[in-house]
Design a binder for this molecule. Structure first.
Ligand code: UD1
Length: 368
């Protein structure tokens, strides 16, 4: 057995940081006592770079500064993927890790996995096996490529295991470790609960809706985005709506000349930090989103969630949790129903218990 296991842990975009934080903390806790001993290098690809899309999460989650920042920035899918690959290859050559740990389904996840596959470096994919079965979503392509190349597939729920087995991946490479994002949520609950965001926005518990929408299918075309704002304006007539707007959505509104003022009750704010977002998720009467993370976080809080998408790669948030798919046409009826429930909807899925990072490390040490 090797004396030291060298890990490179990769984060690139906003939803990655909450997944990487518990893993980094677990590695640091075990680094001296584990056999083999653990060493890690944290790589930020720079896919997200704004203060409120990146640095705020490092601060709030207590993630140490990345050892390397590839600084790739924004670009088309091909440009962004290629930039990550080129820069990450150099890191792999100098670090020579035993394992690279990638999380989620963003372009950085796929790009780094592809580099490792060609260099013969083993990859562990955290959040493996999720499928929306919709290849129109860039993330679905990233998931399929990453899972087909990774050596260790660490799933958040048993549907992930089933998807992977169906794709012919041997059971020996699959391990259900639970949802690592819930580790971050549980560890940050006290801080989230002391956030002053409700007071700052003048909101009352369970008397507002928290909205985030940024998927290309909802925001990249003028008619769809115009329809979304109109629909939110109608919802806001019955309950205050707080829309924390992703930079992609803000840019599209500007580009399409969509007015964001003149909708009473609809409040557009900048993207939120982690603690403020958790506080709103726990306190909202309902969530309206197209984010994977919010579908999961609202399930944990048992807050009703309406997902403005035709599908989800996280079906367990519907079968067990508090989530429901919606469309702009069905939104008024779904809002009415969500308002009747307000809280206590659904259950928390198995292994969403705050101990996933421990199981991830156990799996890596076992596979070493
Ligand atoms: C990416 C992920 C998506 C994830 C989302 C969460 C892919 C394919 N998509 O989408 O899965 O749900 O992150 O946020 O990896 N921008 C800024 N500041 C930033 C980052 C981006 O202003 O810090 C702007 C840029 O103009 C960019 C646009 O937002 O063109 C979109 O960013 P990009 O990383 O391409 O995709 P996201 O929509 O953020």
């Amino acid at each position: 057995m090797k004396r030291t296991l060298r890990l490179v842990i990769v984060a690139g975009a906003r939803p990655n940081f909450m997944k990487v934080a518990p893993i980094v903390h677990q590695v640091r806790m075990r680094s001296r006592h584990a056999r083999p001993a653990l060493e890690y290098c944290l790589v930020h690809t720079g896919q997200h770079y704004d203060e409120m899309m990146s640095a705020v999460f490092f601060d709030e989650l207590g993630i140490p500064q990345p050892d390397v920042n590839l600084g790739v920035g924004s670009g088309s899918h091909a440009v962004q993927t290629a930039r990550v690959m080129e820069a990450f290859e150099t890191v792999c050559e100098s670090e020579r890790p035993d394992w690279v740990v990638v999380v989620g389904d963003v372009n950085s996840t796929m790009a780094c996995t592809l580099v490792c596959a060609k260099l013969g470096i083993k990859v562990a994919h955290v959040e493996a096996g999720l499928r929306s079965f919709d290849r129109g979503m860039p993330e679905e392509i990233n998931r399929i490529v990453t899972d087909s190349l990774a050596d260790l597939l660490l799933t958040p729920s048993s549907d992930g295991d089933e998807n992977l087995r169906r794709e012919g991946i041997p059971a020996t490479r699959i391990k259900c470790v639970g949802n690592v994002m819930i580790d971050a949520l549980r560890a940050n609950l006290p801080k989230a609960r002391s956030s002053s965001i409700l007071e700052r926005l003048g909101l009352q518990e369970k008397s507002f809706s928290y909205v985030t929408l940024h998927r290309p299918s909802n925001v990249d075309h003028a008619p769809e985005l115009g329809g979304v704002i109109q629909a939110l304006s109608k919802v806001a007539a019955s309950i205050p709506v707080v829309f924390a707007m992703h930079p992609r959505t803000t840019q599209r509104c500007q580009q399409f000349g969509i007015a964001l003022n003149g909708h009473p009750g609809l409040r557009i704010i900048n993207p939120l930090g982690y603690h403020d977002s958790l506080r709103l998720t726990e306190s909202a009467a309902f969530i309206l989103t197209d984010s994977g993370g919010l579908q999961e976080e609202s399930t944990y809080f048992r807050t009703p969630c309406l997902t403005l998408r035709p599908n989800t790669e996280r079906p367990i948030t519907i079968t067990i949790g508090s989530n429901r798919l919606t469309t702009l046409e069905r939104l008024p009826a779904d809002v009415e129903q969500a308002l009747r429930h307000k809280t206590g909807l659904g259950e928390i899925p198995p292994l969403w218990d705050g101990n996933s990072a421990g199981r991830i490390l156990d799996s890596l040490l076992e596979a070493a």
